[in-house]
Design a protein around this ligand. Structure first.
Ligand SMILES: [Zn+2]
Ligand SMILES: [Zn+2]
Length: 159
């Protein structure tokens, strides 16, 4: 993703770095849905939520809690439907370069500068939450094997 002017998925953590150990800062998140547009993920609402950042000794521990809406295709009846997505995820960022080996061990990104980028972890978590079966409703009857018409919406007249 290039040339995005409003980098509101970049969270400034300068104050968190200066904070006392154990202090938690709460920051509002708002990420335009446009940033996520691709073949895999279609969001119909901006991502909104919060990130809680706790100052640890060698790291910043972030808890991200967001919601948005996605447009999906039902696997049974092939109709588009919207689904509310709520995800929570933790992401820890190592603070100091000397901790890089330790951070890599834990698969922890190292903080460069004073901003953390939450776009990719959020995106991964949303994709994960959507990897379950996509159904417009749990009891969607799908399409009729005889005529191909939707059974729930009465397009099938076979019965
Ligand atoms: Zn369906
Ligand atoms: Zn039918």
């Amino acid at each position: 993703m290039t040339n995005v002017k409003e980098n509101n998925f970049l969270v400034n953590v300068a104050e968190v770095i200066r904070a006392e150990l154990g202090e938690v800062q709460e920051i509002d998140l708002r990420i335009p849905e446009k940033l996520f547009l691709d073949d895999v993920l279609v969001l119909t609402k901006p991502i909104t939520g919060k990130i809680y950042l706790e100052r640890k000794e060698d790291s910043i521990f972030g808890t991200i809690s967001i919601k948005t809406k996605s447009e999906l295709l039902c696997e049974r009846c092939l109709k588009k439907f919207e689904k509310v997505i709520k995800v929570e995820l933790d992401q820890e960022y190592a603070l100091f370069k000397r901790d890089i080996p330790k951070a890599e061990e834990k698969d922890m990104p190292v903080l460069h500068g004073k901003e953390i980028d939450v776009l990719e972890p959020v995106r991964q978590e949303i994709l994960l939450s959507l990897s379950l079966k996509k159904l417009c409703s749990p009891d969607c009857e799908g399409l009729c094997a005889e005529c191909g018409g939707g059974i729930d919406d009465g397009m099938c007249k076979c019965k």
